[in-house]
Every structure is written in structure tokens, then in C-alpha cells.
Design a protein around this ligand. Sequence first.
Ligand code: PLP
Length: 402
Amino acid sequence: MGFTVKIKPANRTWGVEYAIRDIVETSKEALKKGKDLIYLNIGDPVKYGFSTPRNLIEAAYKAMLKNQNSYSDSVGIPEALSAIEKYAEKKGIKPIDIFITQGASEAIEFAIASLVDPGENIILPCPCYPLYQAITSKLGIEPRFYYLDEENNWEPDLNSLEDSIDEKTRAIVIINPNNPTGAIYSKKILLELLEIARKYNLIILSDEIYDQFILDVGVEHISIASLAEDVPVVTFNGLSKCYFAPGWRVGWGIVSGPKEILEDYIEAIHKLARSRLCAPHPLQYAIPEALNNENGYIKKILPELKKRRDLIVDGLNNLSGIRCVRPQGAFYAFPRLELPEISDLDFTKQLIMEEGVVVVHGSGFGQKPGTKHFRIIFLPEEKVLKEALVRIERFIKRICPA
Ligand code: PLP
């Protein structure tokens, strides 16, 4: 006979959306129609020709040859934990616990899952990297939002942040450097954020996965945890972006703040870590290799990346109907559409279908009501970006003739 009734997925998966998915479908359709696509939608530097530094690969390979292929300790190998501790201290953080995970994504999920119950909420940025909404959906907790202020270099709008806090709020999430805006937060805003955390007794979850992608001289990335020993903070990072190894799935969380109040929370995180055994063991040997040495590779590519950023931002700002804040970090820009009568999703879909330029619609990340954006990546070579600009200009002239 066989099964006849469709298998019903669990309700907890209903709200799990990934902005990029719609776009992938549209891209497939455009490919079928023979469009030659320029992908400016993927946050993976390795897909754009950057490569994992050889010394990291050798460290992982050596570990495999030495048969370090067993499970490791659930929170990570001691050599890697101590390298992360030193790196954190260099950034001014005083870690009281470190846990190594399957990408920063898993560290973020552990930090939220061990803290927040259904019926409680966390405060997320809007726009936001979609992983956070996927986690809140899955865990049945409420996401609340504060706006990032485009008029102020995309820094957090602290009034909207404070407005969204209530008695059920457990944590504030910041992403710095930011995806999708590329903003790097000033010391002033970080200090003000800490004041809000103190006022409402909230933990700060700080996603710093792009911390070495700093494009402008004189701009410094500040870890919020380095500014306050009295505020509980979990800082996330990993090998995916700054060490060009996203497919290795190696990341970590660093807990800092007053030890006495954090003990139970840390134990809860460790319980979740134990339940999934460990992060990839041999690949953890690349962590000391990465963090105990200078990151020469990123230093070498940053000037080129800055040129690409300027090319895309200046090019977009020369077009009528688009306004783009210059990002200072990461490899994303989040330009604003000032074209009437077309939604950001339709703009993106038509741009893909008609010109083959693949970007992600702003509503996939959330955006302030009344505003429309798209996210564009500036990792590809200049000639690819120039061609993308020509196509975007042609598209805008077509849909909005002057
Ligand atoms: N956090 C942010 C802000 C990201 O943009 C990404 C990936 O794009 C991640 C976390 C995921 O990091 P990982 O690959 O270490 O899980």
C-alpha cells in the first residue's frame, strides 16, 4: 500500500525563512532563459576567488594525518581555546568562558537557546542577518526589533531599541561590523548601548564575525565587551569570514562579564555543547594557526576590497533613484531605492530576470517601513562590478525613464 498521507512538518519550521531563497529561485529561472548572471548575493569570499590561507589548511591536514580525528572535548581543544583567549584579550575582552562551535551560527544558537524561553523575547536589529529570525522562529521566542539608522551611517537607533524592551526581554543582539549594512559602530554608540543593557539588566549578544574587514584607515573595530566588565556579553566570531574558511564550520562564543551571575548560563551553554558532541576536531587545529599569527592575507586584500567598495558605492550614487551609504566594514552595501511604484522584491526579481544581476531584496532582512533597499556584495573583481553597474543603470533607465 505505502504511505498516502503527506508528512506534516513541525509548526516550528513555518517561520524559518531565508531571504536568499526567493532570489535563488528567480536566478534559476533566469539561468534557464539563458541569462548570463552576475552573482552579487553570496556572503562567501571563497566563492569569489579568495582562498583559505595555506598555513591553516596545513594545520588541519597535519591534525588529520596525526589521527586527531576523534571527537574532541565538547567546548573545543585546549590549544584553540587558549588562542581565542589571547585574541580576545588583545581586543580588550576578559573572557570567563569560551566555547568552540560548528560555525558562529551554532554559537549564536547556543547562546540564545540557553537563555530565552518561549514567551520571552530578544531585541534584534532591523535590518538583520536572517539567521537570528530563523533561530527565534525555531525556538518559539519573540523577535523584537530596533532600527538601524540610515541617516546616521546605519548606527543603531537607540530610541527604537529602548522602546522595544519590555519585562520579557532577555538580550540585545548587535552585529558589528554589520551584515547587511557594512556599518562599524562608534565607541559612543556602544557605550550608550551598554547603558541600556545596565538599565534593563540585559545580556548583549555581539556578532563580530567580520571584525577584521575594516576598509578605512583610522576606523577601528571595538568589541563592545572591551568597554564594560560589569555587563554580561557573549561575543561571536570564527574562521568563516576573516580566515576565508566558511565551509569548515568553525566558530566560537566568548562569554565575559561578572562571573558570579553567569555561572548557570555558562553551564547551560556547555550542556547544549555536550549534547551535540563537538565542533569538527581536526579543523580546530587551524584556530591557533590563525589567531597566533598575523592575518597577512586579509591585510593584503583589504586595499583592493576598498577600491571595489568605492567603485560600487560611487557607481550606485551616480544613478538617479539610488542612494548608498558608504559601508566601512564587511563586504556588503545596502543601497536605498528611491524609485516610486516598484517594491524592493519586484525591483530585485526584475533586475535578475532582465539584466542577470543577482542581489537580495531589502525586505528579506527587514527594513524601516516606507524605505526600500537591496543588499549588494562588492567582493568580485572590478571588471565584474563595472559590468553590474552598467546593467543596473540600463535597468533603472528602462523602468524609470527620466
Ligand atoms: N553572523 C553574520 C552576521 C553573518 O553574516 C554570517 C554569515 O554570513 C554568520 C554569522 C555565520 O557565520 P558562520 O559561518 O561562522 O556560521
